[in-house]
Ligand binder design. Structure first.
Ligand code: ADP
Length: 398
């Protein structure tokens, strides 16, 4: 394939991030990247910077709706200043039980993925909106979907199947996992020396952890939705289902609408729980570390629950993998929060995980394990956009 501009679109609940690569056979050259952030506010941010970091656009527009936000991006990218994309890659958390492969987007495919919005309720609505708008605003340009669940498709049935009645399984309920594009990018960056037994912890606002054997996922902490698994910034993580049933009954005492009750429960589990729910302070690790320094016991408890849960998952994954060669930290907390890494690894010496305090005192890529640690521990930033470009180039060539 000759070198062509490939646009990558990666949307969150209040932001749309994008980047443009010049990509062809073997060539991956990032031209620029940008974002609109603060959707739903009067003072959003819209910026584009080139590969050297020079700001090409730097605005603070009102972003009342996602439509206004995406229109800004599309208008800028359709202007003469920027190359018109030859292909567009979209990040999608989960496309539901029938859409497991990365592929070219059609209107029918979008409709099918939208049927399973409940499988990634914070991410899917804006992602499908942008897919439809991209087809309208960039007519004739092929669009491709890149799924987080794609990396987890190698999990065995014992990991994906849920212990529920068959009628629920038939609705598509199973474990899909998320953050797959990040995991894939870590394996990609470790090539050609991908360790046989690898654990990657993606610790950001959403947090998850995966067990990877010979480059293939065998288990991951998130389940049907990104609400499961580790405790996250605002999400419960795994929780006794009886808790949700109890709270649903409590909500039902005050509303007769089942939809309203489900929505309230969803907001409680997805937006008010996790680090925010336990601490009552913030979902942001930086704020929590400040609060801990100031002696806030609830912030301490929230972070302890976070690191304790991750250490337990590491233990279970070591059992599943039959040992461990390498542990990788990634995501905003994994890359930057020195204390979280130290606290997670503090009790894991028996598993061969020994950090070097000096080496761990770092933000960004590094080996942070002690010289004689049986397990190598590394910090590696994800390269999700690059992975999406790789998939788009592959799919264009098919
Ligand atoms: P998202 O899931 O939204 O992509 P990120 O991967 O950007 O999230 O991670 C956000 C988290 O990373 C926040 O909890 C934030 O506090 C944390 N973080 C970012 N920078 C630092 C830092 N320097 N020290 C500690 N935590 C940090």
């Amino acid at each position: 394939m000759p070198s062509l501009p490939v646009l990558v679109l990666n949307s969150g609940s209040s932001s749309i991030k994008f980047s443009v690569y010049e990509a062809g056979d073997g060539e991956r050259n990032k031209l620029f990247e940008g974002a609109v952030d603060g959707i739903g506010t009067d003072l959003g941010k819209f910026w584009i910077k080139d590969a050297t970091g020079k700001r090409l656009v730097d605005q603070t527009p009102a972003l009342p709706t996602r439509a206004v936000a995406f229109e800004l991006v599309a208008k800028a990218l359709n202007s003469e200043e920027f190359p018109t994309p030859a292909a567009i890659g979209h990040r999608m958390v989960c496309g539901g039980p029938t859409v497991l492969e990365n592929q070219r987007i059609t209107p029918e495919l979008i409709d099918e993925m939208e049927r399973y919005t409940a499988f990634a309720p914070l991410h899917t609505p804006i992602a499908v909106y942008i897919m439809r708008e991209a087809a309208r605003l960039f007519p004739g340009v092929p669009n491709f979907v890149c799924l987080d669940s794609y990396f987890h498709r190698t999990m065995p049935e014992v990991a994906t199947h849920m212990p529920i009645p068959e009628e629920y399984s038939a609705m598509g309920v199973r474990r899909f996992g998320a953050h797959g594009i990040s995991y894939e990018s870590i394996v990609y960056q470790l090539q050609p020396n991908v360790p046989e037994k690898l654990i990657v912890a993606h610790l950001g606002n959403g947090a998850s952890i995966s067990a990877i054997r010979k480059g293939k996922c065998i288990d991951t902490s998130m389940g049907l939705t990104p609400t499961g698994g580790l405790i996250s910034g605002t999400r419960t993580g795994d929780i006794d289902p009886g808790v949700l049933v109890f709270i649903l009954h409590k909500i039902a005492e005050k509303t007769t609408s089942a939809v309203e009750a489900a929505n309230q429960l969803e907001i409680g589990a997805n937006k008010k729980s996790g680090l925010l729910g336990v601490s009552g302070v913030s979902n942001d690790m930086r704020d929590l570390r400040e609060a801990i320094k100031a002696g806030n016991a609830k912030a301490r408890l929230a972070v302890d629950k976070f690191t304790w849960t991750i250490a337990k998952w590491i233990g279970s994954f070591v059992a599943e993998l039959g040992g461990l060669d390498m542990l990788v930290f990634t995501g905003g907390i994994g890359e930057n929060d020195i204390d979280s890494r130290a606290e997670i690894c503090a009790g894991l010496g028996a598993l061969g995980i020994v950090l070097d305090a000096k080496r761990n005192n770092v933000r960004g890529p590094a080996v942070i394990s002690a010289e004689d640690s049986p397990v190598t521990v590394r910090v590696i930033p994800p390269a999700e956009d690059l992975m999406i470009v790789n998939h788009v180039v592959r799919l264009m060539g098919e």
